[in-house]
Design a protein around this ligand. Structure first.
Ligand code: FAD
Ligand code: SF4
Ligand code: SF4
Length: 484
């Protein structure tokens, strides 16, 4: 059906957001998204650029037909359930976790970056529309309905695949392979699947019941998930290759980088990984209902300015602390999502720029009490990632802190990368070919394990690509066997 020419509505329809003074006292979700009526109003703003030119589709790493799904909301506005089912069907063709990506994708650098509405007004709020479709579908059971329409048509292939890691890369690969008819088993080191979605990103940004529901969908597709199974300890990749026809590594980049400065081992200094795992996975914010405590002081300094730093800072604010983010570069180079930075500021997190930790200062009991920073100066030159280079000034500033959280990045997990025959680069990232196959035949990899710390949607995109490559690899194996 020909798409109707939309009216030009310059202003974005705002989503419903909880006020900062209320939300800073709890871990409930900050942004409440759209209602159906508001979603349709926002959808009407989309100019329906033809799919072959639409800059939003080009900007989305998995190339969702964005005007296609948005148009369904408008076309079936008189029948919300149908509108959502049709829209979800379009999204699912490329993205199996839209409730998650709608919430956490850096849309401003991806789908929304070059939205043509930006030339005359606000860009279309694609992320929130995607989230709306996924949330409405989940709440009304429309996603299950759609899933059951897919499941009976699965033709079993009689081959099996082991997936290492239940983060977005592993979950996506598992879902795609299960839909293709393979027997899929995920090996997950932690006691819950979800990867960073579960242990890293806090509840106030991504409610855990949403992630659980997405994982439930995989179980309904027949995917087996073995938790508390550490590959490299419980079982090796060589052993997996004897039991399965192919292996996908989606083990992420969970080993935190540390600051090399005196005093880094003082009490009260956490890596963001440990802090956020305690808060999210072990539910320390519900202590003593849950038995893992987390000690948060009165003055917290968070070192770093990515999404992890923002999540740690905003979590610490919810424990009542005064929180400062200390970053060695300037505001223009902050890499966290724009929305998270805005939320952090609204919630009272302070920012100090151009400071690099030089020493952690402790008291007589070995507890941190301050951080001494060297002041940095920006240079004209930029590095390979486009960030401004900096240099030390030889001048220092000290910030009081009884808790410090270090959030300066992460490396891939050692246990996996020490596998004999598995090629990794000097940063520990697994080396893959254009089909995401590693140096070990039949072993594929994707997500942060090959990229270093990246994004959810890139990890999911890898999971999808790898599933396609594994399908081709296993189809060839089946044909060779049949012709033997
Ligand atoms: P992960 O999500 O890390 O999952 C890997 C899984 O493998 C984990 O469950 C791990 O336990 C398991 N595993 C590791 N080793 C083994 C082993 N030996 N055996 C078995 N299992 C193993 N990205 C965004 O797009 N938007 C955001 O807003 C955002 N915020 C973030 C906030 C935080 C705090 C963090 C840490 C990251 C954030 N990211 C964000 C980045 C994003 O979450 C990651 O890029 C993404 O999760 C990578 O997916 P993955 O599947 O490759 O790895
Ligand atoms: Fe935008 Fe991410 Fe959705 Fe793609 S997956 S349309 S980048 S929110
Ligand atoms: Fe709609 Fe913007 Fe995409 Fe054009 S670029 S189709 S206006 S969302």
């Amino acid at each position: 059906m020909a798409r109707k020419k939309p009216k030009l509505i310059k202003e974005r329809v705002p989503t419903i957001e909880r006020p900062a003074e209320e939300r800073v006292h709890d871990f409930k979700e900050v942004n409440l998204g759209y209602t159906f009526e508001l979603a349709v109003k926002e959808a009407e703003r989309c100019l329906q650029c033809p799919a072959e030119y639409a800059p939003c589709i080009k900007g989305c790493p998995v190339h969702i037909d964005i005007p296609g799904f948005i148009s369904k909301l408008v076309e079936y506005r008189d029948n919300p359930d149908k509108a959502v089912k049709e829209a979800l069907n379009v999204i699912w063709a490329c993205n199996s976790l839209p409730a998650t990506t709608g919430r956490v994708c850096p849309q401003e650098d991806q789908c929304e970056k070059n939205c043509v509405m930006g030339k005359v007004g606000d860009k279309v709020n694609i992320g929130k529309l995607e989230r709306f479709v996924a949330d409405y579908a989940r709440e009304k059971g429309i996603d299950d309905e759609l899933l059951f329409e897919i499941v009976p048509s699965i033709e079993k292939k009689g081959q099996s695949v082991a997936i290492i890691g239940a983060g977005p890369a592993g979950l996506t690969a598992a879902g795609e392979l299960a839909k293709d008819g393979y027997d899929v088993t995920i090996y997950e080191a932690l006691h819950e699947p979800g990867g960073v979605l579960m242990y890293g990103i806090p509840e106030f940004r991504l409610p855990k019941d949403i992630v659980e529901k997405e994982i439930d969908k995989l179980r309904k597709l027949g995917v087996k998930i073995l938790t508390d199974h550490i590959v490299g300890k419980t079982v090796t990749i060589e052993e997996l290759l004897q039991e399965y026809d192919a292996v996908f590594i989606g083990s992420g980049a969970g080993t935190p980088r540390l600051v090399r400065a005196p005093g880094v081992n003082l009490n009260g200094i956490y890596t963001a990984n440990e802090f956020l795992t305690r808060v999210n996975l072990m539910k320390a914010y519900l202590f003593p209902q849950y038995d893992t405590p987390v000690k948060v002081g009165k003055k917290v300094v968070v070192i770093g300015a990515g999404n992890t730093a923002m999540d740690a800072a905003r979590s610490a604010r919810r424990f009542g602390a005064e929180v400062t983010i200390a970053y060695r570069r300037g505001e223009e180079d902050v890499s966290a999502r724009v929305e998270e930075v805005a939320h952090a500021k609204e919630e009272g997190v302070k920012f100090v720029y151009f400071v690099n930790p030089a020493e952690f200062i402790g008291d007589e009991n070995g507890n941190v009490k301050a951080v001494k920073f060297e002041k940095m100066r920006p240079l004209e030159e930029r590095d390979a990632r486009g960030k401004r280079k900096i240099e030390g000034t030889g001048e220092y500033v000290t910030l009081e802190a009884d808790t410090v959280i270090i959030a300066i990045g992460k490396h891939p997990n050692r246990l996996i990368i020490n596998t004999p025959g598995l090629e990794v680069d000097r940063r520990g990232k697994i080396v893959v070919d254009e089909n995401l196959m590693t140096s070990i035949p039949g072993v594929f990899a994707g997500g942060d394990a090959i990229r270093g710390e990246a994004t959810v949607i890139l990890a999911m995109g890898d999971g999808r690509r790898a599933a396609k490559a594994i399908h081709e690899y296993l189809t060839k194996k089946r044909e060779e066997k049949a012709n033997a």
